[in-house]
Unconditional design. Sequence first.
Length: 467
Amino acid sequence: MNEMDELSERAITLLAEVALRSFDGLSVLDDEQLCLLLERFENAGRFIDTLRALAAAEVDDRSRRELGGSGLARRFGQVRGVHVVEKIARCSQAEANRRIRMGQAIRPSLSITGEALPPLYPHLAAAMMAGTVGVDAASSIVNSLGQVSRTATALAVTGAEVALVGEAAHTSADLVAFEARVWREALDPDGVERRDEALRHRRSFTVGREAGGMTPFRGWADPVSAGLIRAMLSEGANPRSAPRFLSADDRAPGAETVVTSDGQMTDALPDPRSREQRQFDVLMGTLTAGLRRSETPRGTRSLTTVMAVVRLEDLRNGTGVGWIDDVEEPVSAATIGQLACDAGFRRILLGDHGEVLHLGRRERLFTAAQRKALAVRDGGCVWENCTAPPGWCEAHHVIEYENGGPTDIDNGVLLCSTHHHELHASEFTMTMIAGKPHLRAPTWIDPDGTWRPVGRTRALVVAGAVR
């Protein structure tokens, strides 16, 4: 038994003992102890995931086609290395492929002459070996930077890698994926239209054969189409909205009287449907409304409005990227320029500083126009790691209206219902600095009391990356 065998056996033994004790031991821990233990488990998991990727890539390398019958895969009765990984790991072939690709990106290699070469992404490799970056975030970094490696300079790609690895060490994988896309567009602005066209050509919708009285359908939507679909479904899925497209059978239980959070009595219509059922009913209701409207002499009309955000400079030049509300994949500024209001889109133009309108103190509630401006600036709920889209959010006065706070954009911020309540009920505090919302955690979380900028204005993030 070599040293690697001994170390791995010891690690497995220790992990087995921890797992056994955790089965009954987690329930007796207090909140702080539980969170600390979860953090340690995640640290261990990141190490394991890195080792899985490295081992899978090594198996694949030893199964190269040019090795013929002497290759590892052939010796195990398989055709390719991925089949060996799939069999040993008892995972899906897609997962085996993902591990191999990740391992190839972070393992050192040899040149044709036998010279040792560093990993494709050395900074990412170092972070994963240190257990600070997980495979989810790492996959987003590798996928996005891999798309621009042939067009961007090596220095620019390295700069993006360093920045993304730094973000991945302290933020969620979803936000890292977003920032990786931002860097991709900044490093290859000329490629966005090519990617737009490639995605558009992949659009599809198919209706299957009826089985058991039900007909399946599935499809793929490009970013523009996905923006329309998500906006349509978002209102129906919004937990704060009244039920829509509710059938007579579902409506049968009738309304019930409830007490709101401010003590007011109101009638509420119960919605017995699941989220999936609500989304289906919204889709069918919207299609029905559209078909009925198309029969009128005036033709069709827009059934919903989707915001498409782009910097004014980019729109004028026809370069750069724009962002469609609640869709992660950016589109070209040229595509944004083609969107018309009667197609269900409204273009939102940003200056270099994200200038927006003011209303003053004449109104207590934010207007629809102001809420759209807040959505452009904040990108949804500004709370750290929250991904609630703008349509699910409430406009909050940073300085409370009762305390003299104006109903202006520079005193407003978008928060989902949960985090709106959290801000009022907890020791978190919020302020505006240079027209942007900043959040400060309680001292028991952040002893330094640092004001941290929040929000995710995607169009301006691209501009910052370019600079």
